[in-house]
Ligand binder design. Structure first.
Ligand code: SAH
Ligand code: SF4
Ligand code: F3S
Length: 471
């Protein structure tokens, strides 16, 4: 009889991507997806460990898996992802009902485990291979992830990711272009490039210029660009750049939207910003993680930019792409953060006026430098109060920013039914704003929607049916 699996995914878009690949691999092995955990022969988790809340939430789910395994002992319980990697030494000791555990760099080993006759618990924790090489089972046929690199060479003092995902390795540009072409042929219209630090893409690659992207060289030549990062030096190997990848992907017929997640402010160079102005498919949205508005705290975080440099990047982006939507990540309550430091974050959020922000309370993570700064811990109630004040500024400014869309007709990629009203549709603008609207379009269609109203989070409007009839 055909075996079934159930996979629960926690964490970021990279994990969503990895889970689609796990599903693709399992279906190649003949497994089918079970609608509920209790019906599955293989219970899988793709985990996250970015903050303590991520751990707690997951461990509660693991409790249910333990119970289900007790009821039916031939069930297999598998745990992949960042949490698994971060507890690799103790996972089987603490959770003896787990049969297989693997880190983000070893997803492919799940197939090896399932096809072997191994009865004992197995752990796989090397950093090797890209999940992007595995077959995908896409959640939505018209949207696809493209894993351009894995790992992170930064050493942000609060962050567990370098230890769970390893050193940064980029995939060859030609391979990515081929994959994006295959996705387009499959009906994908929007791709999101994924990496921990996407705009440092390619530094580890070495190519000879004969094979450099013709499209990119052409655009640069037309502009008479003398960009340091892309200067051609015939016969000598050079690295690749993120901008070069963007130019190459923009050439692919059928890919109408390109997004990426996440860039690092330190690597947000002019060539990437110019690509936003140049390339029709590159969306008007940049997620530029700030973390703190205080240069002193940024230094303690090892972010390698300061407040001025960050604001200078924002100014450059807005100069070249005036209508861009800017979003960010901010942490409050980093060890040693004073009221004065926090006020600088508030002020910066006020000044920039983000279109949206993810705001987090600092959470000490095992193995990180910031977790050892216990003598400078900010008391929990202070952290909570700062978060509330920050959220107030972020939401007010996002609401104000969203007003610029009222009365405009925007291009929307339809994603399905509205979550709050089944009579209405839901989609996303190029600015990455969710729009709830009335209309007739089908999921996967790109249509025109007139924006009538906004909140800090979403837009609402009406599909322009006449425009649809003509197109
Ligand atoms: N590689 C990406 C994403 C990192 S994780 C990047 O650098 O942008 C996503 C966000 O989680 C980070 O930007 C940060 O704001 C937050 N984060 C990471 N570690 C954290 C911690 N220990 N406590 C609180 N928030 C954290
Ligand atoms: Fe973590 Fe910093 Fe790397 Fe992002 S850039 S994954 S925050 S270490
Ligand atoms: Fe979480 Fe790992 Fe992503 S810790 S946020 S799943 S990179």
């Amino acid at each position: 009889m055909k075996k079934s699996y159930h996979l629960t995914t926690f964490g970021c878009q990279m994990n969503e991507h990895d889970s689609e690949r796990m599903k693709g691999m399992l279906e190649m092995l003949g497994y089918s997806e079970a609608p509920e955990r209790a019906q599955a022969d293989l219970i899988l988790f793709n985990t996250c460990s970015i903050r303590e809340t991520a751990d707690t939430r997951f461990v509660a789910h693991l409790g249910e898996a333990k119970r289900l395994k007790r009821e039916q002992p031939d069930r297999v319980v598998g745990v992949g992802g960042c949490w698994a990697q971060s507890v690799k030494e103790e996972v089987f000791e603490r959770f003896p009902f787990v049969d297989v555990a693997f880190g983000p760099g070893q997803t492919h080993k799940l197939a090896e485990f399932l096809t072997s006759d191994s009865l004992s618990a197995q752990g796989y924790f090397e950093f090797e291979g890209f999940t992007g090489h595995l077959p995908a089972k896409r959640a939505r046929p018209y949207q696809g992830w493209l894993q351009i690199s894995v790992g992170c060479n930064c050493r942000c003092s609060y962050c567990i990711v370098p230890s769970t995902r390893g050193r940064e390795v980029s995939r060859p540009l030609e391979e990515l272009v081929d994959e994006a072409r295959a996705m387009a042929a499959d009906g994908v219209r929007e791709i999101t490039l994924l990496g921990q630090n996407v705009n440092s893409y390619g530094r580890d690659l070495r190519i000879l210029d004969a094979s450099s992207s013709a499209a990119f060289t052409r655009v640069r030549a037309r502009e008479g660009s003398r960009d340091q990062t892309t200067r051609i030096n015939p016969g000598r190997p050079r690295s690749r750049t993120f901008a070069e990848l963007l130019y190459a992907l923009d050439q692919i017929d059928g890919i109408e939207r390109i997004r990426y997640m996440s860039p690092h402010p330190k690597d947000m160079r002019k060539d990437v910003i110019r690509a936003h102005a140049d390339l029709p498919s590159l969306c008007e949205h940049i997620h530029l993680p700030l973390q703190s508005g205080s240069s002193r705290i940024l230094k303690a975080m090892h972010r390698t930019y300061d407040r001025e440099r960050y604001l200078d990047r924002v100014a450059l982006i807005r100069e070249h792409v005036p209508d861009v939507a800017l979003t960010t990540d901010i942490i409050v309550g980093f060890p040693g953060e004073t009221e004065g430091d926090f006020e600088q974050t508030l002020e910066l959020a006020e000044q920039v006026g983000y279109d949206g922000a993810f705001t987090f309370i600092f959470s000490p993570r095992r193995g990180t430098e910031a977790a050892t700064m216990t003598d400078a811990t900010v008391p929990h109630p202070v952290k909570v109060e700062r978060l509330q004040r920050l959220v107030e500024v972020v939401q007010r400014r996002a609401h104000e920013r969203a007003q610029r869309f009222v009365g405009r007709t925007l291009e929307v990629l339809v994603e399905g039914q509205s979550r709050t009203d089944s009579e209405r549709l839901r989609g996303r603008t190029r600015h990455n704003k969710v729009v709830n609207f009335s209309g007739l379009a089908q999921p996967g269609e790109i249509t025109q929607v007139e924006i009538l109203d906004v909140t800090s989070q979403t837009l609402s409007g009406e599909e322009q049916l006449l425009a649809r009839a003509i197109s």
